[in-house]
Ligand binder design. Structure first.
Ligand SMILES: NC(=O)c1ccc[n+]([C@@H]2O[C@H](COP(=O)([O-])OP(=O)(O)OC[C@H]3O[C@@H](n4cnc5c(N)ncnc54)[C@H](OP(=O)(O)O)[C@@H]3O)[C@@H](O)[C@H]2O)c1
Length: 328
């Protein structure tokens, strides 16, 4: 079988399409034939050596995806041929990930492909929807009628947060640098869309809020955006820090946090236990079914174009970027 593996840390150029034998599933594991792998920015951080935890090269990255059970576990939940989605686990972090045609996976990190979903939709949803749910629902306590600001809204986590925010009947403000993607965010349900590269972003947001402020922020960008988020938050507002695409560090005015009693909290999808991820995933699928929504897929790249797929993701996708692992 084929597997995209990096052979040393440092650069995406270290990725090679290797021909290797299929892994042997360990106790409690099944063997999966991966159909579609989802890319996440953290995969690139891991390869270049900027992720806090990683397995030993050569290894494949890819944290989530959709797959077919090839060798089930004796007495297990799945049978040969079942389609499953891979929830957040050690896959693609400490052990081989979904950018391989066959992987061994603990059964407890798998869920059946939701009824009526395509394999592509199943691959696109797990990591970003679990993250958006932890931010908005578990840590943010989102309620109908609240105002939610989503920075980096066009990305995987961003589109998931917009979709979930609308599913909870919140008013959603979505940021993107691209006019075309702002139109698509509006079509996804965002109530207000703003240009994140506008130097007057904060004033434009305040004007759009007619003097109001936001209850929650899903902060995917970090860097200088964090202070803008703090300025736009209401008293006792919450900022859920998910990502750091615009900067690993941020200079912030502590006085504003003190006076407004803002709560800034980190989101960590990797903190879910397998049981926790399963329980939350069921709620996500129910919620999406309730509002007839599905994960948004931007582009599916063929197996051989993984480097192009990573470059496309880094340039700013609209939803998820997938790799079709079924090719030659
Ligand atoms: N904490 C966790 O557990 C967790 C889980 C998943 C992801 N993350 C992190 O969350 C962040 C978002 O992930 P994602 O999967 O949504 O990423 P993504 O799909 O790459 O999308 C992020 C979006 O942010 C915008 N963007 C990127 N760089 C920017 C910059 N320098 N300035 C302004 N906007 C920029 C782009 O939108 P426009 O081009 O439209 O502006 C891009 O489409 C990443 O840092 C990721 O590592 C964290």
């Amino acid at each position: 079988m084929k597997a995209w593996r990096f052979h040393e840390f440092g650069s995406l150029d270290n990725l090679r399409l290797d021909e290797i034998s299929s892994p042997e599933p360990g106790p409690g594991e099944v063997l999966l034939r991966v159909e579609f792998a989802a890319l996440n920015p953290a995969d690139a951080y891991l390869i270049i050596g900027k992720y806090p935890r990683a397995g030993t090269p050569p290894m494949s990255v890819g944290r989530d995806g959709c797959a077919i059970v090839e060798v089930p576990r004796v007495g297990g939940r799945f049978k040969k041929g079942d389609r499953v989605v891979i929830l957040r686990s050690d896959i693609g972090v400490g052990r081989d990930g979904t950018l391989a045609q066959c992987i061994a996976a603990p059964e407890d990190c798998l869920a059946p492909l939701p009824e009526g979903w395509t394999s592509e939709e199943g691959a696109a949803a797990p990591l970003v929807f679990l993250t958006a749910w932890q931010a908005l629902v578990e840590k943010g306590g989102v309620e109908a009628g609240q105002t939610v600001l989503v920075t980096g809204a066009s990305g995987g986590v961003g589109t998931a947060a917009v979709t979930l925010g609308k599913a909870f009947n919140a008013r959603v403000i979505a940021l993107s640098r691209s006019a075309e993607k702002r139109d698509r965010l509006r079509a996804l349900g965002a109530d207000i869309v703003l240009d994140s590269s506008d130097p007057d972003l904060e004033q434009r947001a305040k004007d759009a809020l007619h003097g109001g402020r936001v209850d929650l922020v899903v902060e995917n960008l970090g860097g200088p955006f964090l202070q803008t988020s703090i300025n736009l938050a209401r008293e006792r507002g919450r900022i859920l820090v998910v990502g750091l695409l615009a900067g690993l560090t941020a200079e912030i005015i502590l006085g504003t946090i003190i006076f407004k009693q803002i709560r800034i909290e980190g989101v960590q999808v990797g903190a879910y236990t397998p049981q926790g991820a399963q329980a939350v995933w069921s709620k996500i699928v129910r919620k999406l079914d309730e509002v007839r929504a599905r994960p948004l897929i931007d582009q599916v790249f063929p197996l051989r174009e993984v480097r192009e797929a990573f470059a496309y993701l880094a340039a700013g996708a609209m939803g998820k970027v997938l790799v079709d692992m079924r090719g030659q």
